[in-house]
Design a protein around this ligand. Sequence first.
Ligand code: 0O2
Length: 277
Amino acid sequence: MDILLWHKILRPYEMAVAELLMKFRHLKSEYQQRGEYCPIEQVIGRVKSVSSILDKMQRKQVALDDMEEKIEDIAGIRIICQFVEDIYRVSGVIASRNDMRVTEVKDYIRNQKESGYRSYHLIVLYTVQTLDGPRDVQVEIQIRTMAMDFWATVEHSLQYKYQGRIPEKVDIRLSNAASAIISLDNEMSSVRDDIMDAQLSSRLRYNLVEDIVEMIEKLYQYTTRREVEKIQDEFYRVYQMNDIEELIRYHSELDRIAEAYRIQSNRHGEGVKIIEN
Ligand code: 0O2
C-alpha cells in the first residue's frame, strides 16, 4: 500500500480554502463599497481534519485510492446569509463565476433532510496553482441562513456527544427546533424589504460620512484652515440634523467644492451615486 503523505495531499485543499475565503470576503466588501445590499453575512472555511476524513471514508466505505474523488468536502466553505432568498442569490453569483465550476447541487432547503438539516450545498471544482502545475480540487460550499447554521451546529454537537445515537426525547426537541427555525426564516423573509432598507440606509450614511471626511482632509491641503473649519462646522451641523437627504445634499455641495480644486474622492463615491439614482 502506498504511504499517504497527508500534509502533501491536503496542501492544495488548504490553498483552495484560503483563496476562496479571500474571494468571497472581497465580494462582500465590493457590495458594501458600492452601497448595495450584501446577501453574504459571513464566510468561513476549513480543511477537513485527517480523523474526520478517515471517519467519513469508513462510514461511506470509501477506498483510500478513491478518497479525493468520493470525499467531496475535504475543502469546505460556509457562507452565512440573513435570509433564505439570499441563499439562492449567492448560489446564482457562484454559478456565474468562471473561476469555479459547479458540478453538483444539493438543495436541502427545498428537500430537508430527515434529521431536520437544512442548507444549500454546491460542489465546485476550483483550480489551484501548485509547484507541480494547476490542480483541480473539489470544494463543498454550504450556504445557509444564520438560523439554519445555529440548528446545524447544535445538532452536530449532539451527534458528537451521543455518537450518532441521539436519545428520542432529545431528537423530538431537535425536530421541534427545526420547525421553529423554518417559521423564523419565513418571518424574517416577510420583513426582508424593511430590514434591507434599514441596512442600506445605515450603509449609505456610513459611506457618505467616510467620503465627506476624506474630502475635508484633502481640502485641508489646498485651502486655508479658516475655510476648512467653516466646511467642517457645516458638516457637524448637517450631521446632527439626522436627515439623510441633507447629508446627500451636503456631500454633493462638498463634491463641487472639491472638484473646483480638482480633488477626487473615489473611495466610497460609487455607493453614493448608486443610491442617489
Ligand atoms: P462534518 O463533520 O461537518 O464535516 P452524500 O453521499 O452526498 O449523501 P455527504 O458527502 O455526507 O453524503 O454529503 P452531505 O449529506 O451533503 O453532507 C455534507 C456535510 O453537510 C456534512 O459533512 C455536514 O457538514 C453537513 N450535514 C449533512 N447532513 C447533516 C445533518 O443532518 N446535520 C448536520 N449538523 N450537518 C449535516 P460531514 O462530513 O458529514 O460532517
